[in-house]
Every structure is written in structure tokens, then in C-alpha cells.
Design a protein around this ligand. Structure first.
Ligand SMILES: *Cc1c(COP(=O)(O)O)cnc(C)c1O
Length: 337
């Protein structure tokens, strides 16, 4: 079996998950009568402490719809320079939403400092875009946003008349790592998108949560963006199964990432920069990146080895696999020395 450390998106549905998908009761969700989709949306909204939920084929579309349901043409969102919604979604907010992103530098812990947010909010004046939204991400680069910061930042946004959106693609990792219920992390925001195809290991799916009125607006934009699906209960069943069976076990991924970081730190030639939740960031000598990546691939270990590399743990990587991957990296540097 391949040991794939490239991302937590690479997991394959388990046999039990496939059985749950096969057994799903379905309808036509554009008509609003797929019972499994309706159940997923209700369950996720409740777990996240919000009124309503909406199922999407991808996190990118859930975020874009979420942003477009807060901001109209010529509105502005304040967002981190390294945020997925700014940097890794093809500029969709601007391209398709006519939303002007105002990126600001993330602090080392992933937060956006309040003074920088304050300085970025535009006065009401015909010259400026209308600042409407603060968009945060949790986890960001694997790191859990400090709870006190989230409370402060969302309260500040509200005091300035801004809505707040959380890209919570990995907010379940954040909740499990901090030992707090999901709703505590999601409730401070007006909207949250939650991904099921990352650590939760479903093949497809994200859910956007917010007030019922907000989700009504989002449903229209989802259709416009091509995200209205039909018998999508098959996919929603995988997400329900993931929530029930793969949520608590995210702690194992975090322990395996710790194990990986500890092992890498002992290898001459590798420098561990950080480890948080299911991610390890490490530096490799530039000249060794391509040969090491090929060496690992030949030994059944897939990893993107870059001068600054991100290695990710997930359901399909066990503790023994971490040992094997570390062994292969150790052998490489032992031979190179
Ligand atoms: C993966 C991810 C998304 C959504 O990506 P999709 O591949 O479209 O599901 C959004 N935000 C973050 C932080 C992510 O890691």
C-alpha cells in the first residue's frame, strides 16, 4: 500500500462508508426532496450551532457561495494574504463574485491583527469599495486560531458593521485538537463552510452553515454557480458516515503528525518548522528535494518534497506507516552522507 502524505484529500472511502452510500435514501435535491441531504444539512447546522446548512460538491464552491451571499458587486472582503479563499481559489470572489478582496498579512499564528483589520476598513465614500466582510480560516496552515482571538475579531467585525465568514475546511481538526465542541468554534461567525473530503475522509462534499435567511440566499447562488445536485444523498450519506465515524479519530491523525515531526527532527538534513493538528512543515536542502521525492516514490511513499514542504496525515496513514516513511527518509540521508 502506498503511504500518501501529500494531503488529507487523498483518502479513499472505507467499505463501511461505501455501504452507507449504497443504502442512502435519495430524492432530487434541487426540488428539495432528497432526505439524506436534508438530514446532513440539519445535522451539520446543529453540530455547528447555526440555524441551517447547505450541501456543496466542493469547499471552493461553498466558500464562493458563502462570500457571494454576504457581498454584492463592488463590496469588499478583508482576508488573509495566505487564506485559501484569497490565494487558492482562483480569485473566484473577484472573478465570479465581483467582490474586491483586501488581503492583509497573516500573523505567525494565522490570525489577522485587529489593528490591521481596522486600518483596512474603508470609510463610506464613493471612492471606495464598501467593506462588508471579514473572512478567517481555521485551521490555517494546520494551526488552530486562538479562541480568544476569534471572539475578539468577530465582535470587532460586528461592531464595525461587517459580517464574518469562516473557511472551516478543517474546523473539525481545530475542534478535536482543542478539545472543544464544534459549535463553540463556529458560532462566533455569521457563516462557516465545513469540508468533508479532508480529514473526515468522505469522497466529496462541504456544508455551508448560517441563518435560515442567509442559507436561502446561498441556495440561489449555489444554483447559479452550478452546484445544484440531484440524487446527491449518495454523497451526503458518505458525509454523515464521516461525521459519525471519523470525527473523534482526527486525534489519531494529530498524534501521527506529532510522531512524524519528532522523527524528522532527528534526521540530519531535515529541519522541522512546525507541527499542528495533522500537518508538519519541514525544510529540506534544495538539492535533495527532487532525488528524495523520487527515492520515496520508489518505496511507496508519496510526498511533495520542497525546500519548505508540507506533510499531512489522515485516515489512510497509520502509526506504522509513519515509521516506514521516516525509515525511508533516514535511509536516503544515510546513503547521501
Ligand atoms: C481544501 C480547502 C478548501 C476547499 O477545497 P476544495 O478542494 O474545493 O474542497 C477550502 N479551504 C481550505 C483551507 C482548504 O484546505
Amino acid at each position: 500500500m502506498t503511504i500518501d502524505l501529500r494531503s488529507d484529500t487523498v483518502t479513499r472511502p472505507t467499505e463501511a462508508m461505501r455501504r452507507a452510500m449504497m443504502a442512502a435514501e435519495v430524492g432530487d435535491d434541487v426540488w428539495g426532496d432528497d432526505p439524506t441531504v436534508l438530514r446532513l444539512q440539519a445535522v451539520v447546522a446543529e453540530r455547528a450551532g447555526h440555524q441551517a446548512g447547505l450541501f456543496f460538491p466542493s469547499g471552493t464552491q461553498a466558500n464562493l457561495t458563502g462570500l457571494m451571499s454576504h457581498c454584492g458587486r463592488g463590496d469588499e472582503m478583508i482576508v488573509g494574504q495566505f487564506a485559501h479563499t484569497y490565494k487558492y481559489e482562483g480569485g473566484g470572489a473577484a472573478v465570479l463574485g465581483s467582490i474586491q478582496p483586501q488581503p492583509i498579512e497573516n500573523a505567525a499564528d494565522g490570525s489577522l491583527p485587529l489593528d490591521k483589520i481596522a486600518a483596512a476598513i474603508k470609510p463610506v465614500d464613493d471612492h471606495f469599495a464598501r467593506t462588508r466582510l471579514l473572512a478567517l480560516e481555521n485551521t490555517i496552515g494546520g494551526k488552530v486560531l486562538p479562541a480568544a482571538y476569534v471572539a475578539e475579531a468577530t465582535a470587532y467585525a460586528r461592531s464595525r458593521g461587517l459580517a464574518s465568514h469562516l473557511d472551516g475546511a478543517r474546523v473539525c481538526n481545530a475542534a478535536v485538537a482543542s478539545g472543544r465542541p464544534l459549535d463553540e468554534l463556529c458560532r462566533p461567525f455569521d457563516s462557516v463552510s465545513i469540508c468533508f473530503s479532508k480529514g473526515l475522509a468522505a469522497p466529496v462534499g462541504s456544508v455551508l452553515v448560517g441563518t435560515s435567511a442567509y442559507i436561502e440566499v446561498a441556495r440561489r447562488w449555489r444554483k447559479v454557480l452550478g452546484g445544484g445536485m440531484r440524487q446527491s444523498g449518495l454523497l451526503a450519506a458518505a458525509c454523515l458516515h464521516a461525521l459519525e465515524h471519523h470525527y473523534q479519530r482526527l486525534a489519531e491523525d494529530h498524534a501521527n503528525a506529532e510522531r512524524l515531526a519528532r522523527g524528522l527532527a532527528e534526521i540530519d538534513g531535515v529541519k522541522v518548522l512546525s507541527q499542528a493538528t495533522n500537518m508538519v512543515f519541514a525544510q529540506f536542502p534544495a538539492g535533495h528535494c527532487a532525488p528524495l521525492e523520487a527515492w520515496l516514490k520508489a518505496r511507496g511513499v508519496l510526498a511533495q518534497i520542497l525546500p519548505t514542504a508540507r506533510l499531512v496525515t489522515h485516515l489512510d496513514v497509520g502509526a506504522a506507516d509513519i515509521g516506514e516513511a521516516l525509515g525511508a527518509i533516514r535511509d536516503y540521508f544515510g546513503r547521501a552522507a
